[in-house]
Design a protein around this ligand. Structure first.
Ligand code: SF4
Length: 238
């Protein structure tokens, strides 16, 4: 797959360090205001409807800019509760998050690559059903906003407020980089933000039905994703 042509020039390390030094003192809303000022309309918010961070960011961002672009990856394997939440959000905020789909339906994928590609080659499955549609969603953008947090997993401990996304060639902004799960839930409850009903049934992080299991007490928040394999990320962020 070819990479995106960058709309902006890649910043050098010093520029990025200066941006991060400035933003480290900002709260998430201030960081979103900064991002909207700097990059709109070439700015988009990724919301999976399968995690609480994305819901907090969506609520904050739409309050600042009701016209902000919001997208999600409809892999064809999302939980019914995830689709229901997306519809609820449309009603609540009067927005229309844009779905991006894989080229192949689940049946076409099985015909071409064999049954249950998520078991035989999950990296290829994610590349087809997540990474390629994500690339399409970011085409022409200067920056995207993601819900990554340091406390989500061991692979995410070093996250900075802003980074240059070498995979997709644009800025990636993580306004909740230093928030905890508890802080996110306090915001959700206080502002009555809708969230995925499966979070209350042991699923703190939801992806595709084929690859998501409930998490046991004390495990990483993302431990239920690709449980039983070495895979920990879908390829969108690492
Ligand atoms: S999460 Fe699983 S089913 Fe979904 S795209 Fe990745 S490997 Fe395929």
């Amino acid at each position: 797959m070819t990479n995106l042509t960058p709309v902006l020039e890649k910043p050098n390390d010093q520029t990025l360090a200066e941006i991060n030094a400035k933003l480290a003192g900002f709260g998430p809303q201030q960081m979103l205001e900064w991002a909207i000022r700097e990059f709109s309309p070439d700015l988009t918010l990724a919301c999976s409807f399968g995690g609480v961070s994305g819901m907090v960011l969506l609520d904050m961002a739409v309050r600042i800019d009701p016209a902000i672009k919001v997208f999600y990856l409809d892999t064809g394997f999302l939980f019914p509760e995830t689709y229901a939440l997306e519809k609820e959000i449309e009603q609540r905020y009067g927005i229309k998050p844009r779905p991006y789909h894989p080229d192949l339906t689940p049946d076409e994928q099985a015909e071409r690559f064999g049954p249950e590609l998520w078991r035989t080659n999950p990296d290829q499955c994610c590349a087809l059903r997540k990474v390629k549609p994500n690339r399409q969603a970011l085409e022409g953008m200067q920056a995207w906003i993601a819900g990554l947090r340091r406390d989500q997993s061991t692979t995410r401990r070093q996250i900075q407020p802003v980074l240059w996304d070498n995979k997709f060639n644009l800025y990636k902004i993580n306004p909740l980089w230093n928030w905890t799960e508890e802080m996110v839930w306090i915001y959700l409850k206080a502002e009555e933000v809708p969230y995925n009903k499966l979070h209350e049934q042991g699923y703190p992080s939801l992806g595709c039905t084929n690859c998501t299991k409930p998490v046991a007490a004390g495990e990483d928040l993302r431990a239920g994703r690709w449980n039983g394999s070495n895979k920990t990320e879908c390829g969108l962020h690492y």
